[in-house]
Design a protein around this ligand. Structure first.
Ligand SMILES: C[S@@+](CC[C@H](N)C(=O)[O-])C[C@H]1O[C@@H](n2cnc3c(N)ncnc32)[C@H](O)[C@@H]1O
Length: 234
């Protein structure tokens, strides 16, 4: 790993010869660090085969919450390359990764990320938002749901919130940690959150070292309008 220290416990980014990315999370004084490999699938593009700016922000949030999540059950929705879930698993959480059952490349991305980080015991599940399937109903207890850049198409907001609401009703103490990139000022979730009896609060990026473009030194979050929310049951 050829990274170097960065401000705010931010993430350093290098490419290896196979064009995998390695991101390294550090705490403020550099005494703890965690390196994560992100396999790139440039030849087989799908939404879930790229690293999205929001993903780096959610990872940084998960990293700052690492003591809290150790031993907890974490489910990632719309995981794609699943960086936040991989970080959670490397921090000691029991993680299930999920993506659309009709997007095999995305599910493959989840598996590749686990393999690249030598993670065993992480389940990968086909889970389509808005569909109350036997797989969804039979999920065991969940403490934290995570999802980065899952609010990216307004027509999917309601199916996604239906799934989140279903899971929070089954696990009333759980929280949904989610980061998203604001791609239009017209987007609003307020009405949908009320309809699905959910409440949300925004976490300022500066509270967990995710402001600015130095996060990951990849220019990913910095140039985009990324927000971090925690959604709970009303
Ligand atoms: C913009 S990508 C974000 C991927 C990843 N979370 C990240 O931040 O790098 C959106 C993800 O949501 C998944 N997705 C889209 N529609 C979905 C649906 N109806 N049910 C489940 N997953 C879906 C896609 O397959 C994709 O992996």
């Amino acid at each position: 790993m050829s990274g170097e220290a960065a401000p705010h416990g931010a993430v350093m980014d290098v490419m290896d010869s196979r064009q995998n990315r390695t991101l390294t999370f550090t705490d403020k004084d550099g005494s703890e660090r965690l390196s994560v490999v992100v396999p790139q699938q440039g030849a087989e593009p799908d939404l879930g085969t790229f690293l999205w700016p929001s993903s780096v922000v959610l990872c940084q949030y998960v990293w700052t919450q690492r003591k809290k999540i150790r031993g907890l059950s974490v489910l990632e929705l719309g995981a794609g390359v699943a960086l936040p879930g991989v970080v959670a698993a490397l921090c000691g959480a029991h993680v299930t990764l999920s993506d659309d059952c009709d997007r095999p490349l995305c599910l493959q991305s989840c598996r590749r990320s686990c393999e690249a980080n030598l993670l065993q015991g992480v389940k990968v599940l086909g889970l389509r938002w808005g569909a109350v399937t036997p797989d969804l109903c039979s999920l065991p207890h969940i403490d934290i749901i995570i999802g980065s850049d899952v609010f990216y198409q307004p027509e999917d907001f309601e199916p996604l919130l239906l799934t989140v609401s279903f899971l929070l009703n089954k696990n009333p103490e759980a929280q949904f940690w989610t980061s998203y990139q604001l791609r239009s000022p017209d987007w609003s979730m307020v009405e949908l959150l009320v309809r699905w009896k959910l409440s949300c609060h925004y976490v300022p990026l500066c509270e967990f070292g995710s402001e600015g473009s130095d996060v990951a030194q990849s220019d990913l979050p910095g140039r985009h309008s990324v927000h971090m929310m925690v959604i709970t049951k009303l």
